[in-house]
Design a protein around this ligand. Structure first.
Ligand code: AMP
Length: 411
């Protein structure tokens, strides 16, 4: 009987998922379906697409007369759908994206109640994500206590950074208490690093900056396909301006918000994570498509600031690398917004970036080079695939091979 894996990326009110066939141990994982549940906590809606992106399901989840359904009911509906479409497969495990692994969890792990309790401790460091990631694990454990669940961490890929890239210039005892720059979006960067040689050939192991520009956004500097620096730090607030997060901010602003304006810790947290970024500056939306479509001067300014911050951090990471040989765009904005890429590349001309505007506009869904033949820096758009990375790690942990290491060949 074929075994399948389920991958879960759980947010505050939505869950993205994908299922994979494990054809035989050691062979490549084939995606069976993917989907999402939106509206958790109110009126959840389940949508599923098949291998060729054909719609398989689109319905509201309803249980008795209760219209407000939480994660447990949402996952029960998902497992019910999976069971009815199993086609002879058994579910071997569930792999989860967990944003923060702290200093302790540098590799994917099979979750136990003790590990879950330790991961709870990182919730204040990722208030928009960690609690939701863990509540998905708890909801599934209460439905299927014997089903193995594996946590894969967004911080993990950055563990290779040198001390100077990770340190904060704070007293030793604070650093030793774990206050350091962890970096995030690691599963996305790990996937991009794994496919870089397919596209960039010899340059793949050179000085590369990957721009993960989605709702959350960060840059990662890689050398030898390992992380050497990131724009994100101790939490997923630092660095680039994001959909609703502020990015880099003078820490004195936080002190002033609290002591000068009398704001409480939860109010500051909400301001910085949920009301800032594109949303706060435009006053319109945190969704780039909406902001790009607006004629309002505040929307234009929001994009100006968004691009300016990318240009600044790109210069900073190029300095960490001592040069730049390739720039890769990925995630929702990076993969889809040609105008944003044009502006970022224009600001990076001093680094040797020369954009081929026709290639940039051409679109397409796969990996593509968008720089001119003479550009000193190769510029690529490469779609990310965090789910595949989680599935590979989950399979490896289950087979007792530790974490999947793509550098050694493997799956
Ligand atoms: P992600 O978090 O990777 O799903 O990315 C979400 C972000 O990508 C949102 O800000 C979307 O508005 C943005 N996005 C998706 N498609 C496009 C597009 N065609 N043009 C501009 N932004 C887009």
């Amino acid at each position: 009987m074929t075994q399948a894996l389920l991958v879960i990326n759980s947010g505050s009110s939505s869950v993205k998922f994908a299922t994979y066939d494990v054809v035989r141990p050691g062979s490549a994982l084939a995606r069976i379906a993917n989907g999402r549940i939106e509206g958790i906590g109110s009126h959840p809606r389940l949508q599923v697409w098949g291998q060729g992106n054909e719609p398989l399901e689109d319905r509201r989840i309803s249980v008795s007369n209760d219209p407000l359904l939480g994660p447990q009911e949402a996952f029960a509906a998902l497992f019910d759908w999976l069971g009815r479409h199993a086609a002879g497969r058994t579910l071997g495990a569930v792999g989860h994206r967990v944003v923060h692994g702290g200093e302790k969890f540098a590799r994917p792990v099979r979750v136990t109640p003790d590990i879950l309790a330790q991961l709870d401790g990182f919730t204040p460091l990722a208030p928009m994500h960690q609690a939701h990631n863990l509540s998905a694990i708890r909801a599934i454990a209460s439905l299927y206590p014997d089903l193995p669940q594996v946590a894969c961490f967004d911080t993990e890929f950055h563990a290779t950074q040198p001390w100077v890239a990770q340190a904060c210039a704070l007293p030793r005892q604070i650093t030793e208490a774990g206050v350091k720059r962890y970096g995030f979006h690691g599963l996305s960067y790990e996937y991009i690093a794994s496919v870089l040689p397919d596209h960039l050939r010899a340059v793949a192991n050179g000085r590369v900056v990957v721009a993960h520009l989605g709702n959350g956004a960060s840059l990662c500097a890689m050398q030898g396909r390992r992380s050497v620096a990131s724009s994100m730090g101790f939490t997923a607030l630092d660095g680039l301006m994001m959909g609703s997060r502020c990015g880099s901010l003078d820490p004195g602003v936080v002190l002033y918000l609290m002591s000068g304006l009398g704001m409480s810790v939860p109010a500051v947290e909400k301001l910085l994570y949920e009301q800032s970024g594109l949303l706060g500056v435009s006053g319109i939306s945190g969704d780039m498509r909406v902001v790009e479509a607006s004629e309002a001067p505040e929307a234009r300014q929001a994009i100006d600031l968004y691009v300016y911050r990318i240009a600044q951090h790109l210069g900073s990471l190029a300095a960490s690398l001592g040069g730049l040989q390739a720039l890769v765009f990925t995630a929702g904005i990076g993969e889809n917004s040609a105008s944003l890429r044009r502006r970022v590349c224009g600001d990076a001309a001093w680094l040797g970036v020369a954009l081929d505007e026709a290639a940039n506009q051409a679109g397409g869904s796969g990996a593509r080079c968008i720089s001119t033949a003479g550009s000193r820096v190769a510029v690529w758009v490469i779609p990310t695939n965090e789910e595949l990375m989680i599935a590979q790690h989950t399979q490896a942990v289950l087979q007792g091979r530790g974490a999947h290491d793509w550098r050694s060949g493997g799956l």
